[in-house]
Design a protein around this ligand. Structure first.
Ligand code: SF4
Length: 393
């Protein structure tokens, strides 16, 4: 008999499990606290649990995160863990400490099928979805590992914020994500506020709507372009869910959201999406009273990797782009790059993925048309070859 990993079960599911064992449902809350608040995995240590339950759990159940492959610590305090998810796959989790918060960036899939051009994970292809226990297990491991390492007093949290921005498109793994989010928010678990848990999506319109009903947490959307022509090239999902649908889903999301704005992530790509004209086009897109949405922009310096064929915008260009947005009345911040010395910065998470989608081949072969906005110029990129950038007028 395979032991049940209790990290897979949110509190309701744990109550049902306790019932199956012939125990009262309320025992689940005690057990849940031991696991998620105290980080316990040894049932014999759970002193206030009924002996009968402890005996039944021993041999039938485990509390077990994914096997750790490696840990790397950056000079800036960022920590990156690589976890083995079996079948030759590994995923990464990153802890980013700041003065007023500790943020954990969690992966939701081994690889990713969306295939964004600027994303190292996207170039790896897709292998499989993570389970609920594998998603929440990243938080369970990191929280209790960091507490020990930092010598934190009981009840003091190491992690105050979670961002679902690691490997994978979280909304493509919704069935596993939802219980994991509930465990993060549960007062008997991690007790994180909805404002401090962020799901980042590349634009899965129907699933944004479901999240709004089921578990509205903070929402970030990978935008990266001010129009459909360019976004089609950078974020392939845009061909299915173009910008008008995406912005409408964002507007509706705000009806239930814990924050009154959507965060738009915008990866700054040299000569591709970083002109002043494109910043003005963004202003027109999101500022339109009928079609726009209340938002903030997070400008992300691109972390180049050879297969992308793309380059990072200069600091001056990023600052100029931000200025146009700010002068247009938007909040636009430039993301600090953290953990660069351990390849833990945004878009650098690669893990190890046995690709089932042939992504590398597809992305190398497919030519991408990128249209420069606000001028007659069009830029064509042959994927994977930045040196072939051509400008046509
Ligand atoms: S940016 Fe996100 S959705 Fe796009 S390929 Fe990377 S992990 Fe997938």
């Amino acid at each position: 008999m395979t032991a049940t990993n209790l990290l897979e079960l949110d509190r309701d599911a744990l109550a049902a499990y306790c019932e199956q064992l012939g125990e009262k449902r309320f025992r689940a809350t005690q057990l849940f606290r031991w696991i998620h608040q105290k980080g316990a995995s040894d049932f014999s240590q759970m002193s206030d649990l009924a002996r009968s339950l402890r005996d039944k759990l021993a041999g039938r159940a485990v509390v077990s995160a994914m096997p750790l492959v490696s840990e790397q610590a950056s000079s800036d305090g960022t920590v990156k863990w690589l976890f083995d998810v079996g079948g030759g796959n590994a995923v990464e989790t990153v802890f980013i400490p700041e003065d007023d918060r500790g943020t954990l960036c969690i992966s939701s899939q081994a690889g990713c099928a969306v295939g964004c051009r600027f994303c190292s994970t996207g170039h790896q292809g897709f292998s499989r979805n993570l389970t609920t226990g594998e998603i929440v297990g990243q938080l369970w491991f990191a929280e209790h590992h960091l507490r020990q390492r930092l010598g934190l007093a009981e009840g003091t949290r190491a992690i105050s914020n979670v961002v679902m921005m690691g490997m994978g498109e979280p909304l493509q793994n919704y069935a596993a994500l939802l219980p994991a989010l509930r465990m993060m928010l549960d007062d008997h678990g991690y007790g994180l506020s909805r404002r401090r848990v962020t799901v980042s999506t590349s634009g899965m319109v129907r699933m944004i709507d479901r999240l709004r009903h089921d578990c509205p947490v903070a929402l970030a959307v990978s935008l990266h372009a001010p129009n459909d022509a360019l976004r089609d090239s950078l974020v392939p999902l845009n061909r299915k869910h173009p910008l008008d649908q995406l912005l409408a889903a964002c507007r509706h999301y705000l009806d239930n959201a814990p924050r009154d704005f959507i965060t738009f992530e915008y990866c700054m790509l040299d000569g591709v999406n970083d002109s002043d004209a494109q910043a003005r086009e963004l202003l027109a897109l999101v500022g339109n009273p009928a079609t726009g949405v209340s938002c903030k922009f997070n400008l992300i310096p691109f972390n180049p990797f050879p297969a992308s064929g793309l380059k990072r915008s200069s600091n001056e260009r990023v600052a100029a782009f931000a200025r146009v947005l700010q002068e247009g009345g938007l909040v636009a911040t430039v993301r600090k790059t953290r953990g660069e010395d351990i390849d833990a910065a945004c878009g650098q998470l690669a893990g190890e993925v046995q690709d089932r989608t042939n992504a590398k081949v597809r992305m190398t072969r497919a030519p991408v048309q990128l249209h420069r906005v606000g001028s007659a110029a069009a830029v064509a990129i042959q994927a994977g070859h930045a040196d072939r950038l051509e400008t046509r007028t």
